[in-house]
Design a protein. Structure first.
Length: 694
């Protein structure tokens, strides 16, 4: 409308909506609703009210856009989102300037989030994008989306004349991945027009506001997603002494946290007028996003109401910090934000605001070990945020969790005997009562290697305050080797980064899944036992049962098991589609030691799992795990058959398993256990120092 008021003739093309006219006109503004193949063909649109374009050129949209371009003959085309792919094709050979607006990361990221495994992604790559999009949408739809974006991007690059981004960060990453270098470029933030809220029913707004706490409160606004940092917010809130109320305004999503604070006030799908009124009443806002927000409109809304905000400086948030922090240096803003969020509060304190120079400042809240421990963490692997393998990525997540409340110095990158001696020497040289050294030893299955140098192991363990092992059997093996270390042993099972829950809609009735690395001989034994002795017993009552064996480098004795009811999948790029398809996951291990990560992965994915007593190792530390357990082939077959007979029971078992994994094996749970063990070690050193001084 503003462009029309300035004398321009404007045509707007937008996705088709059920029940709305295909074409409308108002003065110098035309409105055209463009169909897609899924809405033009009966039966393809699952949700008729969906308005988004597919992540590739849509043939029906191309045809309608081409007709509009031929008739309207525009001087310039301004496009946003995935419909831009269809526009690029519809333009044909016409040399019309095309300005593309980047409001998210959809031109090169199929999920639009630029997030992979809960962390910011470094950019597109074929295998990575297929796996990530498959996790997000499900395999068929995700792979189609990833392929569509990858194949459409070069066409869009050729047709573009200009790039408009809503933040400096969006401009930076979009320019990196849309490699056209002769573009007209501009960074112009989005804006909000609040004039339309004048028509909002005041009575309706008042009814919403009655549900808010009476006094000032901490406010979060946004989707209830893990990548929004909600779990970090909940952990920080629990650490406050006499905290003010916490209010959450937003929507539940597919990756919402399993648990919310019981005392929090949660309002979903609130009108925008209610959101702005809540900002007026709030003490301050918290935006601890873990993903690079394209702009962070909610931060701008809080600032427009003169409210301080504590958040992460990721993505578009950095623009608001740079733009509004001139009155004070950034460090001052961070300290003030941290003081507001972490300082114990009393009745007289909860009405305080930031000084006027800080009211539009976005700060970064980071724990500075004021009440935590100083930890020297020595590990033979280098924690990596992405791309370093499952264990380095998990160690990185653990490290992030420990940094919430503690100060950590990391020494990593060695794994040989000389490195272990270096670690032991570092421990012996330290007598600070505030420092604890943890020794992460290899599981007991490598006990033969240990016994080749028992004297070194005993000498090292004597210098440690606590020794952490993954399973009870690991502890028993160490106690046998070095009885004097027994009082120092603590069992803290391994963990994992929680995967997305398996999609029940993708489950295939009768599919049984076994996962294993076949360089490990116990997995070879388990897979053969399963295929040759257990599966025939299951097939006797469930003729459609089919076993899928997924693993690395299957040897000939495993490959030879392939047949009508046994499928061998070697080198799968991702386990997720196989977990989605499985009705039951099996881990019939009879030999070996240590924790079975395949069991933990299945539990965390929400799949019903059947294993042996040996497969329970590492899962019997806290509470009985939600697993079906049997010792022989007949018992395992009976357990699987019972689950195949009862879909509701196996889905309930899967939900219990996922909750169990979240409680005990997620990085925050692992970090809490480490903090407790570290605290014990600190007390040991303090007691020793006190008795020595006496």
């Amino acid at each position: 409308m503003r462009m029309a008021e300035r004398g321009h003739v404007v045509a707007v093309a937008t996705p088709w909506q059920a029940g709305a006219a295909a074409d409308e006109g108002q003065g110098k503004v035309e409105l055209h609703r463009i169909r897609q193949l899924r809405t033009a063909t009966t039966g393809l649109a699952r949700k008729p009210k969906q308005q988004h374009q597919p992540p590739f050129p849509d043939p029906v949209s191309i045809w309608q856009l081409r007709r509009l371009i031929n008739r309207f003959r525009p001087d310039i085309i301004h496009s946003y989102g995935w419909i831009s792919f269809s526009v690029a094709v519809a333009m044909g050979c016409r040399r019309i300037p095309l300005l593309v607006t980047a409001r998210d990361y959809g031109y090169f990221c199929a999920t639009r989030t630029l997030v992979r495994k809960g962390m910011p992604c470094s950019g597109p790559a074929p295998v990575k994008c297929l796996a990530c999009a498959g996790d997000y949408y499900g395999t068929p739809k995700g792979w189609a989306a990833a392929a569509g974006v990858a194949l459409s991007r070069p066409l869009l690059e050729r047709k573009m004349t200009g790039l408009h981004s809503i933040s400096s960060y969006v401009h930076k990453v979009t320019s990196e991945h849309l490699r056209r270098r002769d573009l007209v470029e501009a960074v112009i933030p989005s804006f909000q027009d609040y004039g339309s809220e004048a028509d909002t029913d005041a009575t309706d707004v008042a009814n919403w506001l009655e549900r808010l706490p009476v006094g000032p409160f901490i406010l979060y606004v946004g989707a209830f997603r893990r990548v929004k940092g909600l779990e970090i917010l909940f952990a920080a809130y629990r650490r406050l002494d006499s905290p003010p109320p916490l209010v959450l305004l937003g929507t539940y999503e597919r990756d919402s946290p399993l648990e919310f604070p019981a005392e929090a006030t949660i309002l979903t799908d609130a009108p925008h007028a209610v959101v702005m009124s809540a900002w007026e009443k709030a003490m301050f806002g918290v935006m601890p996003s873990l993903w690079p927000e394209p702009l962070g409109v909610t931060v701008a809304e809080a600032m427009s109401c003169g409210k301080p905000v504590i958040g992460t400086r990721l993505g578009g948030h950095a623009d608001m910090l740079d733009e509004t922090s001139a009155p004070r240096e950034a460090g001052s803003c961070r300290r003030e934000a941290r003081r507001l969020f972490l300082r114990p509060r009393g009745p007289a304190a909860d009405r305080r605001r930031l000084p006027s120079g800080h009211r539009r400042c976005l700060g970064v809240a980071k724990a500075e070990a004021t009440d935590g421990l100083k930890i020297l963490l020595i590990t033979s692997m280098i924690p990596q945020e992405d791309g370093g393998g499952a264990i380095p990525v998990l160690l990185h997540a653990q490290l992030v969790a420990l940094l919430e409340h503690n100060e950590v110095t990391l020494v990593s990158g060695f794994g040989d005997e000389a490195g272990e001696e270096e670690a032991a020497a570092a421990l012996a040289a330290s007598d600070s009562p505030e420092t604890h050294f943890a020794d992460r030893r290899q599981p007991a299955s490598n006990a033969g290697r240990w016994r080749r140098r028992p004297r070194f192991q005993r000498q090292a363990w004597r210098r440690f305050d606590r020794v952490i092992v993954f399973t009870k059997r690991d502890a028993e093996s160490i106690a046998e080797l070095a009885p004097e270390a027994t009082p120092k042993l603590r069992v803290s099972p391994f963990g994992l980064i929680m995967p997305p829950p398996a999609d029940p809609a993708c489950e295939v009735e009768g599919v049984l899944l076994f996962v294993g690395n076949f360089h490990h001989q116990p997995n070879v034994d388990a897979a053969a036992w399963l295929a040759l002795e257990i599966l025939p017993r299951i097939a006797a009552t469930h003729g459609s049962a089919r076993l899928r064996i997924v693993g690395t480098d299957p040897p000939p004795e495993i490959s030879s098991l392939a047949g009508p009811n046994v499928e061998i999948v070697a080198g799968a790029p991702s386990l997720d589609p196989h977990l989605d398809a499985a009705s039951v996951v099996l881990a019939p291990v009879r030999t070996g030691g240590g924790m079975r990560m395949k069991v933990l992965q299945a539990l965390a994915s929400g799949k019903a799992t059947v294993t042996t007593p040996r497969g329970l190792e590492g899962f019997d530390v806290f509470e009985p795990p939600p697993l079906r357990v049997a010792e022989d082939a007949a018992g395992l077959a009976e357990a699987v058959s019972g689950l195949l007979d009862d879909r509701a029971e196996r889905h309930a078992l899967g939900r219990e398993g996922r909750a169990f994994a979240q409680r005990h094996y997620s990085p925050p749970a692992w970090a809490r256990r480490l903090e407790e063990i570290y605290g014990e070690a600190v007390e040991v050193r303090k007691a020793a120092a006190t008795s020595g001084g006496a």
